[in-house]
Design a protein around this ligand. Structure first.
Ligand SMILES: CC1=C(CCC(=O)O)c2cc3nc(cc4[nH]c(cc5[nH]c(cc1n2)c(C)c5CCC(=O)O)c(CCC(=O)O)c4C)C(CCC(=O)O)=C3C
Ligand SMILES: [Fe+2]
Length: 375
């Protein structure tokens, strides 16, 4: 009999994700949802639409979230954690507002949110908090009782997020031809964002060149590179690089782009590359297209052996990490002392986003933070 684990005061966990189309007819409406009021050039949208059509109009992200829900429910059940798990998205069904309505109808009043983004940034954190505020406003307009919503801290430096990725890099190295393996370069890849958003990511005291977004990714990259060195005895050179840039060309985004980087490293004479998509929680379209299609084609053109390592996806160690994060936060809310799991140089991230954290260009209400209008 496992111990009965206590998630009090929470009565539900909500998986909050991006959403994606599940058929050709859904691609354009999905992209309209994503880009509403965001000023993404039409050309870029048409191009991104093509990425989805190349895969039959289906993004893998929803099935990956279903798999994550399964492994989370299994983990919670096996460990005696009695906490129901719901799922809602920003841009596609199941829509967050519908899920929140369901939560309220089921009598849930204290909800903890797990977003499918491990790092601080406007797109990966505050925008999800704005989605929560929008949905709470919709429920309020319907006269429904409003639940109190908290969001789990950033988990980039949790053991259960790092370990599956380290293992993935080791597997990719082992998969390279032996004669180029030891010389392989590791390109840690994440989503490019405008440098102005990166510089203001995280709490105000972290603002500056690259902000918390870049600092957190560098912390993860360094830890994985060191773990790989410790386990193989080989010191692989590495760099943090970026992918999936959109936006107008005159606005600076984080660089270098992965494809330019592959060219540059090839010219510098590296014999092979492992691309490790540390910025993403699952192998969704940004991984499938931008890395497995585009970057792979670039590497082939260069004659550069390349392997792309796995994201955490539905790894049971990631599910265990989520359980740990839930129990940690629940204990904090009950006023108990806890020792948060946080490896590396940065320590555990804040539980409550402070005022000024990852600001939007055009300020909007955001829930689950110190500036939430829904206390
Ligand atoms: C930091 C970050 C993450 C990681 C954190 C997180 O996971 O949240 C992320 C994830 C994702 N981004 C995704 C898809 C898209 N992102 C877009 C646009 C943008 N992303 C941005 C940033 C991020 N995005 C930004 C600054 C833009 C520019 C416009 C804007 O500020 O909104 C666009 C519009 C077209 C384009 O420009 O590419 C699409 C279609 C999908 C779904 C993939 C699938 O379907 O499998 C996922 C998981
Ligand atoms: Fe994106």
């Amino acid at each position: 009999m496992p111990d009965v684990l206590d998630a009090t005061p929470y009565d539900a966990l909500l998986l909050l994700s991006f959403g994606g189309p599940e058929g050709p007819d859904e691609v354009v409406p999905f992209l309209e949802n994503v880009t509403r009021g965001r000023g993404i050039p039409t050309e870029r949208l048409k191009e991104v639409g093509q990425h989805y059509f190349l895969f039959g109009g289906v993004s893998p992200i929803n099935d990956q979230n279903r798999a994550l829900l399964d492994v989370l429910r299994k983990d919670f059940a096996e460990h005696g954690l009695d906490l129901p798990i719901y799922w809602g998205n920003r841009n596609w069904a199941p829509y967050l507002t519908d899920t929140l309505r369901e939560l309220v109808a089921d009598g849930r009043r204290r909800i903890l949110v797990l977003a499918t983004s491990a790092y601080a940034s406007y797109s990966g954190c505050r925008q999800y908090r704005e989605d929560l505020a929008d949905s709470l406003a919709a429920l309020e307009a319907e006269g429904l009782p409003l639940p109190k919503i908290d969001k789990l801290r950033h988990y980039f430096n949790h053991e259960g997020f790092l370990e599956p990725m380290t293992e993935g890099v080791l597997r990719s190295l082992a998969d390279l031809p032996e004669d180029v393996r030891d010389g392989a370069h590791i390109a840690f890849s994440t989503h490019s964002i405008p440098t102005a958003s990166a510089d203001t990511s995280g709490p105000v005291e972290d603002h500056g060149d690259g902000g918390a977004y870049v600092a957190q990714h560098l912390d993860v990259a360094r830890q994985i590179a060191e773990a790989v060195r410790d386990r193989t005895g080989v010191e692989h050179p590495w760099q943090l690089v970026y992918q999936s840039r959109s936006g107008a060309p005159h606005i600076p985004w984080l660089e270098p782009d992965i494809c330019d980087h592959l060219e540059e490293r090839h010219e510098a004479g590296v014999p092979a590359v492992v691309v490790a998509p540390i910025g993403f929680v699952s192998d969704h379209m940004e991984v499938l297209y931008d890395l497995d299609t585009e970057a792979k084609a670039k590497a082939e053109e260069l004659g550069l052996p390349m392997r792309r390592s796995a994201t955490v996806g539905a790894d049971p160690r990631f599910a265990a990490a989520v359980r740990d994060l839930v129990l940690e936060r629940a204990a904090v809310e009950r006023g108990q002392e806890v020792t948060p799991c946080a490896l590396g140089a940065l320590g555990a991230s804040h539980n409550l986003c402070p005022v000024g954290c990852c600001p939007a260009r055009a300020p909007r209400p955001a829930a689950a933070g110190a500036d939430s209008p829904y206390a």
